[in-house]
Design a protein around this ligand. Structure first.
Ligand code: ATP
Ligand code: MG
Length: 146
């Protein structure tokens, strides 16, 4: 686990630039943390580094947005308004996981259903300072040593 200060948007962009090339289809990135802490901002930046030219907007009203114009299919979920695990199954989440890179904001409701995650990022924002905890699975630990 690594805790990184994000003093400016550029720090978040730099983190996205580091993480983007590590991601492959089948990978799942969980984005947890405070409202407005930068989960969508981070996803937009990773999308940019993976060649998504379309504008990536917050999927909080639609649950899921997908982008097929970059290097790999990119699925962006926001489960803030999700009411049940059943709704998530209706979205076809398992097919998605295998075919592209999946980013999930507010993942709590999905965590019991998901077979695994690749990387969990917990963003913090107290109104002044921003930071992120990076929690990789075993395989990806070596990329995030101190
Ligand atoms: N260091 C930083 N990293 C990320 N975003 C930053 C940073 N500094 C300022 N910001 C701004 O903070 C806002 C973060 O909003 P964003 O929508 O990404 O948050 P979120 O975690 O997705 O919120 P929500 O929980 O509502 O989905 C953006 O407007 C962004 O420009
Ligand atoms: Mg968001």
């Amino acid at each position: 686990m690594k805790h990184i200060k994000l003093a400016s948007e550029q720090d978040t962009i730099d983190l996205a630039a580091y993480i983007a090339p590590l991601l492959k289809p089948g990978h799942v990135v969980l984005l947890d943390g405070d409202l407005g802490s930068g989960k969508t901002f981070f996803t937009k930046q990773v999308g940019y580094f993976l060649g998504v030219q379309e504008q990536i907007d917050s999927p909080s009203f639609v649950l899921l947005k997908e982008y097929h114009c970059g290097r790999y299919p990119l699925y962006h979920l926001d489960l803030y308004r999700l009411k049940s695990e059943g709704e998530l199954l209706d979205l076809g989440i398992f097919d998605m996981l295998e075919s592209g890179i999946t980013f999930i904001e507010w993942p709590a409701l999905a965590e019991n259903l998901l077979p695994y995650y690749t990387l969990k990022l917990v963003f913090h924002f107290d109104g002044k300072q921003r930071s992120v905890e990076v929690i990789p699975d075993g395989e990806h630990e070596t990329y995030f040593t101190e």
